[in-house]
Design a protein around this ligand. Structure first.
Ligand SMILES: Nc1nc2c(ncn2[C@@H]2O[C@H](COP(=O)(O)OP(=O)(O)OP(=O)(O)O)[C@@H](O)[C@H]2O)c(=O)[nH]1
Ligand SMILES: [Mg+2]
Length: 379
């Protein structure tokens, strides 16, 4: 069976003059033709749409129960149509419902993959505009808007520079490219660690409210819980996971098994330990239990931060293992009862995920293709 067509928002949900959706994939046009009529009341044939590829088509989109919405449609190809309606959540919901009933899948969180030519100069302006609906924060939206003109200035200036100066520009663009994707797809921070380390408490502290359950009993969290948040204007997705231990019961084991696939998607791992928990080598014990549950760990390629939690507890009650364990750049001590340590943790997260902050109007490569084009031009 072929993949169903996707329904992708081109404008953000909410109040607005117009609301635009893209339907894309096999069966998109067939579904559309059953839901659309010209003002005369006639449904379009495939030939009608083929004859109108280069101009907008006006008509009525059926919302069911005798209701319809006036729309302008661009039938780009049989597998790609843009539907422009009035703005607002209710209209969007109704159109999306009708399209999903006809076999489409609504993908609100999936930024469209750029479908332009694979080589040659990317259309920087169009790509930035296309990603704008996925900006979660004002800061991200502003940076994306600036990208509509930033690339033009960047490449024009490049022409005036010598080889060494171009290499400097490239080094900066490489750093900013790590920020680029986060403007439309929030980076994923995964909290993992042994049972009872304080992962759920830390997630709540980072969010600033009690989103997930916390309990002194080990094995409280079973399912992974994912929450989007904003820290200092940067969008992030934080995920809490089940505490890992050997000899867990059936349900707990199932929870631990769910961590493995999440490890592949994480942009940053926070490995949380309770510095007062007993054990001769808590790191080895955790690693063994996670690997036994199917996780590939440790992971060289994913940045990670060692979070030593419960640092409010007096030194004499701490596990001696942590007194000898490595500290420094990749470790931080926290306590959910000491807000200053949570602010420090937030700063460290942002510093790792966003290693450079774009200046106003500065060019930020938004995807791998833009970056490889930039590399070629900077040579
Ligand atoms: N003293 C102290 N206690 C903490 C701290 N963070 C969490 N705790 C306590 O540790 C216990 C476990 O906290 P959770 O947040 O549920 O730990 P978890 O790692 O999510 O546990 P599981 O879901 O069972 O793996 C609770 O009683 C918390 O109140 C901390 O910084 N200091
Ligand atoms: Mg928990």
């Amino acid at each position: 069976m072929s993949e169903p067509f996707s329904i992708i928002p081109l404008t953000p949900d909410g109040r607005g003059g117009i609301g635009s959706l893209l339907i894309s994939g096999p069966g998109a046009e067939e579904a559309f033709r059953t839901l659309f009529t010209f003002p005369s009341g006639r449904a379009p044939t495939a030939g009608d749409l083929a004859a109108r590829r280069s101009r907008p088509i006006y008509g009525h989109f059926s919302l069911g129960e005798g209701l319809h919405e006036e729309v302008l449609v661009r039938a780009v190809s049989p597998e790609k149509l843009e539907i422009h309606s009035h703005g607002g959540s209710a209209v969007r919901r109704a159109i999306v419902r009708r399209l999903t009933e006809s076999g489409g899948v609504f993908r609100p969180d999936e930024p469209p993959v750029w479908e332009g030519p694979a080589d040659g100069e990317p259309d920087f302006r169009a790509e930035a505009a296309r990603l704008l609906p996925y900006a979660r924060t004002e800061r991200a939206a502003r940076l994306l808007l600036e990208q509509e003109s930033a690339a033009g200035r960047f490449f024009a200036r490049l022409e005036t520079l010598d080889r060494a100066a171009r290499a400097e520009c490239l080094a900066r663009a490489e750093l900013l490219a790590r920020v680029g994707k986060s403007l439309y797809a929030p980076p994923h921070v995964l909290l993992i660690g042994p049972v009872n380390a304080g992962k759920s408490s830390l997630l709540n502290a980072l969010l600033g409210f009690g989103r997930v359950l916390v309990d002194p009993r080990a094995g409280t969290t079973r399912d992974a819980v994912s929450v989007e948040t904003v820290i200092d204007g940067f969008p992030l997705r934080l995920s809490d996971t089940a505490g890992v231990r050997e000899g867990a019961g059936r349900l707990e084991k199932e929870g631990i098994g769910r961590i493995a696939p999440l490890l592949d998607k994480a942009d940053l791992l926070l490995t949380v330990y309770d510095i007062t928990a007993p054990g001769t080598d808590p790191v080895a014990e955790f690693t063994r239990a996670l690997c036994a549950a199917g996780g590939v760990f440790p992971r060289g390629e994913t940045p990670s931060l060692l979070v030593l939690n419960k640092c409010d507890i007096p030194r004499k009650e701490r596990n001696r293992f942590w007194q000898a364990a490595p500290r420094g750049r990749n470790a931080i001590e926290t306590s959910v009862f000491q807000p200053g340590t949570i602010v420090d943790l937030q700063k460290r997260l942002i510093g790792i995920l966003f290693p450079a902050i774009p200046e106003t109007g500065e060019f930020v490569p938004l995807n791998a293709r833009q970056l490889s084009y930039t590399r070629a031009r900077c040579r």
